[in-house]
Design a protein around this ligand. Structure first.
Ligand code: AMP
Length: 611
């Protein structure tokens, strides 16, 4: 047994707290405890010059002095350790080196596509640098779409790595990005190139001329006067149109399928009271007769005039000038092209500029152009508070584009998932999870879609692809039917490919549509029941546990989707009312809508006691 035996007690005193790069520093490691056997500084990882000296203090403690000379910035944040050991055991103490030096950029690379686009960079400096960016020489204001990621320690000294992130940049963001870093000791800058995409409007081949004359300008600025002018102009053509109506109906009966997804064969069934006199719609699949030829060629060249008479109303597709549109970034991609957020000038008399969603049609050939024009006419007709608003087309240049109201929260399926119990798994932004949707909110969403569907049914318009992925969510939980079949790329697993190009949303289809390709207002009602199910499962895929062929088998055999956990029985009864095997037995959209409105007013008390 050793007398007066105690663990070594280690203390470190520094000549100063921080030092400028190149200066000298002294650290005294004082060790008490007996008997002391060894004391040492851990110097293996030091970059600076150093030497040590052992001495005895006034009160006879042991001191090991470490002299650092011409200190290197590479040692900034280095943990300097003094360790001692005696027979009782070890003891140690640590201090962190604080070496100040001017900031410098270690690297800045050109933008690379990651989850978002990223300009990777690394900087080093003490005190911590302030970081700013220039875009093409002008100050870049960071937003939630362009931001510097909180820079992280690289684990190697004080070097920090980071990214300037760009969320879905477009050609308007192409350019030089300059990183400027500053601290009190210095400043550094470097420039990198961001090339995100070619300007999709650069290629002006195959241009359909855009309106340039005064009356067209008026049209853009004042839709009402525009309607009036067109009314007068078109009035002269009414007689010719009536002749054409017969031709149009023949074309439609051929069951032509639009590239943009609206299904004309179903739109214009023989019982249709959607009295469409799509005056200039002989650009269809059938070759025009000589009569039409003479009357229509001028309209092909002047597409700003294409109008329809629907229920005695003139419906003219508004043309939006390319120069009035400034793309901001990509919102998504559909089967027929990209969707962008854009700012559009001169759309409404009250707003100077408005945010809009622009759907582009890539690789347009003659036939897709024609589909595009027809589509635009139909979209012009569909005007309802729960159908996404269509503003018009932009055809002066490539790609052809359709302009829609911008719905801030994107498609309903993504929205439901982001507000469901699995939101934290899906969320890549590391933001705090959004709250789960409540029963009244779900009912409110369902009632709005039902309202849009009542409207479509009143026009005998058959949607054929009603699903939450084709609805959009705006500010204040406003939901609108927003897509007529363009979402097949992102949600490709929701479709079943049959015979080459046809993609069928079989999980949303009733038996008669699966078996006989029969699409009617009643088949839309079936799909609405599936939409209800999607809403109450926070966006789950119907029959997610089954393959496409298994799902087909289940549906055609009459099996029903199960009641979701959060679904009150009143709502499940509505779903079942939509899923009657006999189309005529299904509930009608008007009744579904009224029931949902009643439930919104008076939500059922729901206990999650399903087992
Ligand atoms: P789509 O080609 O219509 O399927 O659109 C692809 C994606 O673009 C959708 O899933 C939405 O996230 C987004 N999107 C389409 N239209 C709009 C709109 N009007 N407002 C906001 N986002 C939209």
């Amino acid at each position: 047994m050793i007398e007066n035996c105690s663990l070594p007690e280690v203390k470190i005193t520094a000549s100063q707290d921080k030092i400028l790069e190149g200066g000298n520093l002294t650290f005294v490691c004082e060790v008490e405890g007996s008997p002391t056997l060894t004391v040492r500084w851990q110097t293996e990882a030091l970059h600076s010059h150093f030497f040590t000296k052992l001495q005895e203090s006034r009160d006879s403690a042991l001191e090991l002095v470490l002299y650092l000379t011409n200190v290197s910035s590479k040692d900034n944040l280095h943990n300097l350790t003094c360790e001692a050991e005696n027979q009782a055991g070890p003891g140690e103490r640590m201090v962190q080196l604080d070496i100040e030096f001017p900031v410098r950029i270690i690297f800045l690379n050109n933008a690379v596509p990651q989850h978002h686009w990223c300009f990777p960079f690394a900087v080093d400096g003490n005190p911590e640098p302030n970081i700013t960016w220039l875009y093409n020489g002008k100050k870049l204001n960071e937003t939630r779409y362009i931001y510097t990621q909180p820079i992280v320690d690289s684990g190697d000294g004080s070097e920090k790595h980071g990214c300037l992130f760009l969320d879905k940049p477009t050609h308007v963001n192409n350019g030089n990005y300059t990183l400027i870093v500053e601290n009190k000791l210095g400043r550094d800058e470097a420039t990198a190139l961001g090339f995100f995409m070619h300007n999709p409007f650069d290629n002006f081949e195959g241009v359909i001329p855009c309106p340039t004359n005064k009356s067209d300008m008026d049209v853009t600025e004042n839709p009402e006067s525009r309607m009036y002018l067109v009314y007068v102009a078109v009035g002269l053509g009414v007689f010719a149109c009536k002749l054409l109506l017969i031709m149009v109906l023949v074309v439609y009966k051929c069951g032509h399928h639009s590239k943009f997804g609206i299904h004309r064969s179903s739109v214009l069934g023989k019982e249709d009271d959607l009295a469409v006199s799509l005056r200039f719609m002989n650009f269809g699949t059938s070759p025009p007769s000589s009569d039409e030829d003479s009357g229509l060629s001028s309209f092909v060249e002047n597409p700003q005039y294409f109008c329809s008479i629907i229920k005695d109303k003139d419906m003219c597709v508004q043309h939006i000038k390319r120069q009035d549109i400034v793309l901001k970034w990509e919102l998504g991609e559909g089967a027929f092209g990209k969707v962008y957020l854009a700012e559009c000038a001169n759309l409404s008399p009250d707003n100077d500029k408005m945010l809009v969603a622009i759907k582009t049609l890539k690789d347009a050939n003659e036939s897709t152009r024609q589909d595009f024009q027809r589509e635009a006419e139909l979209l012009t007709v569909l005007q309802h508070q729960h159908i996404v608003r269509f503003y018009g087309v932009c055809t002066d240049g490539e790609p052809l584009a359709m302009v829609f109201e911008y719905m801030r929260h994107g498609d309903l399926n993504r929205f439901l998932r982001a507000h469901g119990p699995d939101a934290h798994i899906l969320d890549e932004s590391k933001m705090p999870p959004l709250g789960e949707l409540t029963l009244p909110q779900m009912l409110h969403i369902a009632a709005q879609i039902a309202s849009g569907m009542v409207y479509l049914a009143s026009l005998h318009f058959v949607h054929r692809d009603l699903a939450t992925r084709n609805c959009l969510v705006g500010e204040g939980l406003v939901v609108k039917i927003g897509d007529f079949g363009m979402s097949r790329d992102i949600y490709s697993t929701d479709y079943y490919r049959v015979g080459g190009r046809t993609m069928l949303p079989i999980r949303w289809m009733p038996p008669e549509s699966i078996m006989y390709r029969k699409f009617t207002t009643e088949s839309d009602i079936w799909s609405f029941g599936v939409v209800l199910w999607e809403i109450f499962t926070y966006g789950k895929q119907p029959w997610y546990q089954l393959s496409n062929s298994e799902a087909i088998e289940c549906i055609t055999q009459g099996r029903e989707l199960e009641r979701p956990r959060t679904c009150p029985k009143e709502v499940y009864l509505l779903m079942q009312g939509c899923w009657q095997r006999e189309p005529q037995q299904r509930m009608v959209m008007k009744d579904i809508h009224s029931r949902l409105l009643a439930l919104v007013k008076n939500p059922p008390v729901y206990l999650d006691i399903l087992g």
